[in-house]
Design a protein around this ligand. Structure first.
Ligand code: SF4
Length: 357
């Protein structure tokens, strides 16, 4: 990937939040390491699907990638421009923050939150066109809006254009949110659990629509989901990458078919096992030692998965694994097991774990 093809680049990104420490007002605030030391590059026409349990930091990562959340460490750049610097009033960025905001769009799980309930669909869709496509007159704007509504299956478009959000179904509202994002002519759309609230029957339809539009509009997608089957569907159909997050860390990322056919991180194997359509072999035992997710305020030392991992050794408690690419490709895994030279292989398994190859 050459630098000028890169739309968004995250380098060593942390997002740490201080939280209220409870009933004792004199106690030090606690820190939640929602995102910890993440590197990620998203190129033009790229599709990256990120999957993880609730509390894994995937939404925070997505919001940070599109400039809606400030990192507390590391850098997020849009086409080489540091977004934090562009946001600073006193700096003179090469790319102004307003341009970055236009280029990086988001579709929420609850699209109603991004549509004004007092505005018709037409009025909501006119806004971005008036702001960003000033060369278009009223007739051109109307034609563009109607064509886009038709394109996303909202027909007859004249009828849908005059409706208000409460007159739309969940799937229709999500389509309007998608059209609104696309009318900004973005480089990247963050789809944050964008299909999770839809009926199962509508999910595939919506994901197909996103993929179709991603292809036609040359837009990149960062698709966030707690559901591996949805993340897989999107990444597989777009020939994209699948990333797996655990307690704020990106533990594995690579081309979706490689990650799913040959998961390297034990946590990826758990997610795969827990997704019936992707089940590994005929094992009925979960490939995990402990079901409960640790507290993100006080995550386990070193490898954060060591309290649950079926292959953990004493080394995993002491030394955090670095994300490694074993074959020089853009596949990376943060687990000692991918390093044949690691001291991990000389150590004793933790209680209940097995050191099998
Ligand atoms: Fe399991 Fe150790 Fe790999 Fe962590 S580093 S995932 S504990 S084997």
């Amino acid at each position: 990937m050459s630098a000028d093809e890169t739309v968004v680049s995250l380098s060593g990104v942390d997002v740490h939040f201080e939280t209220d420490s409870g009933i004792n007002p004199f106690a030090d605030p606690e820190t939640v390491r929602a995102v910890d030391d993440i590197d990620l590059e998203i190129a033009e026409n790229d599709v990256v699907a990120i999957v993880g349990e609730s509390g894994s930091g995937k939404t925070t990562l997505g919001k940070t990638a599109v400039g809606l959340q400030k990192p507390t460490g590391g850098t997020v750049s849009y086409r080489g421009q540091d977004i934090s610097e562009a946001r600073n009033w006193f700096s003179k960025p090469e790319i102004p923050f307003s341009e970055i905001r236009r280029s990086l769009q988001i579709i929420h799980q609850d699209p109603e939150s991004s549509l004004n309930p007092h505005k018709s669909v037409r009025s909501s869709l006119e806004q971005p066109l008036k702001k960003w496509q000033t060369d278009l007159g009223p007739e051109d704007r109307e034609a563009r809006i109607l064509a886009m509504l038709e394109r996303v299956g909202m027909s007859p478009p004249h009828d849908y254009a005059q409706r208000y959000p409460h007159q739309l179904s969940g799937g229709e509202t999500q389509r309007v949110a998608l059209v609104r994002a696309l009318l900004m002519n973005p480089d990247l759309i963050l789809a944050d659990e964008a299909v999770s609230a839809l009926d199962v029957s509508l999910r595939v339809e919506m994901m197909d629509l996103m993929l179709d539009l991603q292809d036609s509009f040359d837009t990149s997608f960062l698709f966030i989901s707690h559901d591996l089957s949805n993340a897989r569907y999107v990444a597989e159909h777009a020939g994209g990458r699948l990333g797996v997050m655990y307690l704020g860390e990106l533990v594995e990322i690579g081309p979706v078919e490689e990650v799913l056919q040959n998961p390297q991180h034990p946590y990826t194997k758990v997610l795969k096992w827990a997704t019936p359509s992707l089940e590994i072999g005929d094992s009925t035992e979960p490939p995990i030692r402990e079901i409960d997710i640790p507290d993100p305020v006080n995550p386990p030392s070193a490898c954060r998965f060591h309290t649950r991992c079926p292959n953990a050794t004493t080394y995993c408690q002491e030394t955090a694994p670095e994300p490694l690419s074993t074959d020089g490709s853009d596949r990376r895994t943060a687990c000692h097991r991918v390093d044949e030279e690691s001291e991990y292989w000389q150590r004793s398994p933790l209680e209940g774990a097995r050191l099998d190859r």
